[in-house]
Design a protein around this ligand. Structure first.
Ligand SMILES: Cc1cc2nc3c(=O)[nH]c(=O)nc-3n(C[C@H](O)[C@H](O)[C@H](O)COP(=O)(O)OP(=O)(O)OC[C@H]3O[C@@H](n4cnc5c(N)ncnc54)[C@H](O)[C@@H]3O)c2cc1C
Length: 278
């Protein structure tokens, strides 16, 4: 298949298209490879963001009080309209003024993008700030921190287990007084506070744009590629590798592994074809 360089055509026995997805266009991945594949007859499945940050419109997020706060190993759970779980993922999360970023948020991003594309957004969700604790053990932890008889305030106690700014937000959401001495807190108020920590409500409106997604979902249809060689089933001598193919995975190196593995297989097969004596 000839390769076009401006107005030059270079004849080649084998060509590999490995131009990446459509995210982070500054890295050079502008979608040109998809256009090229389409031109020669390949199907390009819809492109949408994967491994992408999510946007939320909860006042406690957009009012920037907790902008930049990092949460270690929390769980984000999102629900469908019928109450069934759409996604539940654990990981570190960073709160921004438009929503949630960091690996924990990126892992639910793909399903949010899909659901919102189908008109199912905004989605109801929640963050479990202490997934390693039950409601009861978390309440016990707070009581332990309060040390019986001490006059420590609610704000002060929460700052021992949570970033201080987030603690203040939770106290406000639970409609409590930050300066209230812990011993004066009623059982039901403490229970409500624990509920905020175990199921902090979220309203997820969508994701950041495809250009900001670290991975692109969609691409050259896998049914049109031979997985043993990464060769096109439509065009002799054409191969594909990496994110241009309709394959995407969680963050954590799996997308890179896809690129490395398919690149290796395509490279071997293309070289073998190019070296074959006719
Ligand atoms: C910020 C960021 C963080 C990421 N984090 C993770 C992670 O934690 N885990 C994970 O698994 N994946 C992650 N990824 C995704 C991962 O890097 C990609 O899935 C992987 O690099 C895809 O490899 P690729 O070779 O298919 O495409 P790319 O790495 O995008 O390479 C494509 C190359 O083709 C070039 N190109 C494009 N068009 C043309 C053209 N017309 N002519 C010539 N050259 C062209 C581009 O300039 C680019 O160099 C991340 C990506 C980004 C941007």
């Amino acid at each position: 298949m000839p390769r076009c360089l401006g107005d030059q055509f270079l004849p080649a026995k084998a060509v590999i298209i490995a131009t990446g997805g459509l995210s982070y266009p500054k890295t050079g991945s502008t979608g040109e490879g998809h256009k090229l594949a389409k031109t020669v007859g390949h199907t390009i499945t819809p492109l949408y963001p994967s491994a992408v940050a999510i946007t939320c419109n909860d006042p406690w997020i957009v009012q920037r009080e907790v902008q930049g706060v990092s949460l270690s190993q929390v769980t984000i759970t999102l629900y469908r309209e019928n109450g069934k779980v759409l996604a539940s993922e654990a990981g570190d999360v960073i709160i921004t003024h438009w929503g949630l970023s960091g690996p924990g948020a990126l892992r639910v991003g793909r399903l949010v993008a899909l659901a919102c594309a189908k008109g199912q957004g905004p989605l109801r969700g929640e963050i479990d700030l202490f997934p390693g604790h039950t409601w009861q053990s978390l309440e016990e932890l707070i009581r332990e921190k309060a040390a019986p008889g001490s006059k420590r305030t609610l704000k002060n106690i929460l700052s021992t287990i949570l970033p201080e700014r987030l603690g203040k937000v939770l106290i406000t959401l639970a409609q409590l007084n930050a300066e209230c001495p812990f011993e004066r807190l009623t059982g039901s108020s403490l229970e409500f506070l624990v509920r905020q920590m175990k199921a902090l409500p979220l309203r997820v409106t969508g994701t950041r744009p495809l250009a900001e997604a670290t991975v692109t979902a969609g691409g050259v249809h896998i049914k049109e590629i031979n997985p043993r060689t990464m060769a096109s089933k439509l065009i002799q001598g054409l191969f594909f590798a990496g994110e241009i193919i309709d394959v995407d995975a969680h963050t954590g190196g799996f997308n890179m592994q896809v690129a490395f593995s398919t690149g290796y297989v395509a490279g071997e097969a293309a070289a073998s074809l190019a070296c074959r004596k006719v």
